[in-house]
Design a protein around this ligand. Structure first.
Ligand code: GUN
Ligand code: ZN
Length: 439
């Protein structure tokens, strides 16, 4: 069914121009309706004055004082780490050992996984996240649980079986099968999950080696071979987050020229490969990202919380590889894209000592919507409200708190309005989240 919404609208009018094409229509009209496949998509967007007569037959919901914006895209989040948020540690490796690995073991239990998946998807949607690339655990049950929940909400979600066959507690490692090693069995299960879920409605599969130190050569080689056989499946992993992690990876894979190059050597760098963090890179690593088409999921609340370091925006732009924003819950401290954008602003400041400026609010918003979608290979599908995009959007209340009401009333430009929302906003701003339902 067609439906129109009259509200203020925010979108990116020309994705090729990136954040500079951010467009704001104070009194706008958004028209959504089914495409030929029955997917609810955007049919028109623009000023109410220009579009209202053309769409006069379509029922209109009037949302005065509200802003409709694209649903947020979280490029890297761990579904089994909801309970791990806020666990203090001196750095990544003790945090994994003391909090994360013990919690993830609980996801062998199908009931625990299903209940957690329900809460996790609720929390994403409540915060305005409509597309996520998520880690599950090393248990197939956890992957099935998350896909089933996302399917029930008709949400766009990508996940996969966490591949880890060494250097973690036995209960969290992939288990051998009858006559097969743990590495072989984990790849057989991954392929079965691809066939069960990839391309079902809005769901996608990601081949998911946790990070090089928890996989044997055989598992990484098999993951690369699987990725070559399924080129439209995603790959997700972690790289160059923490100095101790890097030193460990270098001793385990000394034949590779860098930690990142280890993934290239096993066929795991390509388009649709998404690497979380990418902090401690040199220009050879950056060039490898650019040439392979792999992209970075920048996770600033996690990097600040775990003391991992600061993503080098200037370096990434100088060499030219793709990136977008991510919560990285539970290393990350919040599901809220507003908190993530604010943390990215702090991180962006770190690298900009020459100008003293950080990222603009339009750049931050782009990196968590259309830019993140583009990095995932989903440009024109989600993360924007141009005609043809899936109708995933949020309804924002810029007066959600007394302070926001005072502050946003003073905004004299789009930049000031968006910056007020980024600095002061959180889940209270997200009044409604709509995912483009099939009809
Ligand atoms: N590296 C390997 N596993 C993880 C994880 O769960 N979180 C983060 N932040 N880094 C990792
Ligand atoms: Zn992570």
């Amino acid at each position: 069914m067609q439906q129109a919404y009259r509200a203020s609208l925010l979108w990116f009018a020309d994705p090729a121009q990136g954040p500079a094409s951010a467009r704001y229509e104070e009194d706008g009209l958004l028209v959504v309706g089914p495409n030929a496949q029955g997917q609810q998509v955007v049919q028109a967007i623009g000023s109410w004055r220009a579009l209202s007569s053309q769409y006069g037959q379509v029922p209109v919901e009037h949302l005065p004082g509200r802003i409709i914006a694209p649903g947020f895209v979280d490029m890297h989040v761990h579904f089994p780490q909801t309970h791990v948020i806020g666990s203090p540690a001196s750095g990544l490796l003790p945090w994994l050992e003391n909090y994360t690995f013990p919690e993830e073991q609980r996801f062998a239990d199908a009931h625990y996984a299903a209940e957690s998946a329900t809460f996790f998807v609720d929390e994403l949607l409540r915060n305005g996240v409509t597309t996520a690339l998520a880690f599950a655990t090393s248990h197939s049950t956890s992957v099935d649980a998350l896909f089933a929940q996302a399917q029930a909400r008709q949400m766009r979600l990508i996940t996969g079986l966490c591949l880890m066959d060494r250097h973690a507690p036995a209960a969290l490692l992939n288990q051998p099968g009858v006559g097969t090693s743990a590495a072989e069995q984990s790849l057989v299960e991954s392929e079965a999950l691809i066939q069960r879920w990839h391309g079902q409605g809005r769901l996608g599969y990601a081949i998911t080696p946790r990070f090089a130190p928890t996989s044997t050569d055989a598992q990484l080689r098999g993951a690369g071979a699987l990725a070559a056989r399924y080129p439209d499946v995603w790959i997700q992993s972690h790289v160059a987050e923490n100095k101790d992690e890097i030193a460990w990876a270098r001793t385990l894979f000394p034949q590779s020229t860098s930690y990142l190059a280890t993934y290239a050597d096993f066929g795991l760098l390509r388009e649709r490969a998404v690497y979380a963090h990418c902090i401690h890179f040199d220009d050879a690593d950056r060039a490898l990202m650019r040439e392979s088409g792999a992209v970075a999921a920048i996770s600033p609340t996690s990097n600040l919380f775990l003391g991992s370091g600061f993503f080098d925006y200037a370096g990434a732009d100088r060499v030219g590889f793709g990136y977008g924003l991510a919560s990285d819950v539970g290393g990350g401290t919040s599901f809220s894209p507003f908190h993530t954008m604010l943390a990215a602003y702090y991180v962006g400041r770190e690298g900009q000592t020459k100008t003293g400026l950080s990222l603009t609010p339009q750049q931050l918003w782009w990196q968590h919507t259309a830019g993140a979608a583009q990095a995932l290979g989903l440009g024109g599908v989600v993360g924007n409200l141009l005609p043809g995009c899936e109708a995933d959007f949020v309804v924002l209340n810029p007066r959600a708190t007394p302070l926001l009401a005072r502050k946003t009333a003073l905004a004299g430009s789009l930049e000031e309005l968006l910056f007020s929302l980024i600095v002061l906003g959180d889940d209270r701003v997200v009044e409604r989240t709509v995912v483009g339902q099939a009809v």
